[in-house]
Ligand binder design. Structure first.
Ligand SMILES: Nc1ncnc2c1ncn2[C@@H]1O[C@H](COP(=O)(O)OP(=O)(O)O)[C@@H](O)[C@H]1O
Ligand SMILES: [Mg+2]
Length: 398
């Protein structure tokens, strides 16, 4: 009956074009609901059957009214959040309209860092020491047990937004005073100095059918707070780190409970061990899908679309044949409007970013050491040629 499923995409940020293009290619009707401020973004209108605008995609009651109204004349088969902030809205809509896919409590484990931590910890998985900012006795016990520094972290932000480094108890109480009623929306955790990794995967019936492990250059927190070049690269799939990460990732996604979909999970390596940092039930941002496409030959947005369509049609999702290159991604804020990257002309440069005030490229090669060599050469050149330093967002002195 669902030969032509109708898929409603929610996007409070401009992204996910390959998802909509692939859904249309698979014969779906594609509906996009986005915000008025993104009306003129470069949406792939040829792949969008209906383009709807709303002033605010985070107002649950408005969006329920809007989508319920749309549903009078359409049967909506699946609802897909293209951005992290749309994940809870998609879940609320699914439950309200009684549509298949993850509901509110299932998505909460992927949205709320405290729920995520509690779930992983209960499953016996290694996580940084943490405590919710809920009960002050629990906070005091945490501060006695775990040596500083700590991070005070919003439970539902993304992109290292709003994370504060906390030097000790006085610092914490000052921040909590300032946060007032916002404080319960934070958690406090042990700061683990170490490299940060991410595993990007596709899941079908609880089984991870694709997983690619990557290592960030500088930890994302350092890049977000101090500026610098954002770097990530694929790990050789047979390396010890990649194998350990994929095995850990299986346990994490099983504990959090992802049945079908895309996931982006992050891990930190400290004291010679991996700790689970966070997981999102979506495709990773910051051009990670482009990086993986150049290495593995599949686009995670497009595969997520194929997976959702197969799910809607009651068919089975099959992963295409994979490529076996290694790839590295560099992105930074640029002082130029549209920086000139023509000097980055090694033949391994397979992709360049075209975005105002950004410089970015991807290198790919069958040889992982060549990828690392190019990254090591390009990072200082990016810093010298392009780098603009954004004002720090969350210094305690702000
Ligand atoms: N417990 C921790 N110890 C050390 N660094 C951390 C810790 N938690 C987060 N970070 C740093 O902050 C970044 C953002 O934190 P994360 O939990 O991934 O939130 P976000 O959703 O904002 O990405 C991480 O990539 C890492 O660099
Ligand atoms: Mg993160």
């Amino acid at each position: 009956m669902m030969r032509q499923p109708t898929i409603l995409c929610l996007a409070s940020y401009f992204k996910g074009e390959p998802f909509m293009e692939e859904a249309r290619r698979q014969g779906c009707r594609v509906l996009l609901l986005t915000e008025e401020k993104l009306a003129n973004a470069a949406w792939p209108h040829d792949s969008i059957d209906e383009f709807h605008l709303t002033p605010d995609l985070s107002n649950e009651r408005w969006i329920i009214n809007t989508v319920s109204y749309l549903a009078h004349e359409r049967v909506i088969d699946r609802i897909v959040p293209l951005d992290e902030y749309d994940v809870p809205m998609a879940a609320a809509l699914r439950e309200h309209l009684q549509i298949g896919g993850m509901g509110v409590s299932a998505t909460r484990r992927f949205r709320d860092k405290l729920a995520m931590r509690n779930t992983a910890h209960s499953a016996g998985l290694r996580v940084p020491e943490y405590v919710g900012v809920l009960n002050y006795d629990h906070l005091r016990a945490f501060m006695q047990r775990v040596p500083p520094p700590w991070l005070l972290k919003p439970r539902t932000e993304a992109g290292a937004m709003g994370i504060k480094r906390i030097a000790g108890p006085d610092d914490l109480w000052r921040w909590l005073d300032q946060l007032g009623d916002e404080q319960s929306f934070f958690l406090l955790e042990q700061y683990l100095p170490g490299a940060v990794f991410h595993v990007d995967s596709l899941v079908w019936d609880g089984e991870i059918v694709f997983a690619s492990a990557q290592k960030y250059g500088q930890p994302p927190l350092n890049v977000a707070h101090d500026g610098g070049v954002f770097v990530t690269r694929t790990l050789p799939p047979e390396s010890e780190d990649a194998k350990a990460l994929r095995a850990f990732n299986v346990q994490v996604l099983a504990a959090l409970g992802l049945s079908r979909g895309a996931a982006h999970a992050e891990y930190i390596q400290a004291n010679g061990q991996f700790y689970f940092l966070e997981a999102a039930a979506r495709v990773g941002g910051a051009h990670i899908a482009d990086l993986i496409e150049k290495a593995a030959g599949i686009n995670l947005w497009a595969e997520w679309a194929r997976l959702v369509v197969a799910d809607a049609r009651g068919e089975t999702y099959r992963l295409p044949t994979l490529g076996h290159d290694q790839a590295g991604l560099l992105v930074c804020l640029a002082k130029q409007d549209y920086p000139d990257l023509t000097a980055y002309n090694d033949h391994e440069v397979v992709w360049k970013l075209h975005k105002k005030n950004h410089a970015g490229l991807i290198v790919a090669s069958p040889d992982g050491s060549r990828v690392q060599e190019l990254i090591d050469a390009y990072v200082p050149r990016f810093a010298a040629d392009f780098l603009a330093v954004a004002p720090p967002k969350n210094k305690p002195t702000d």
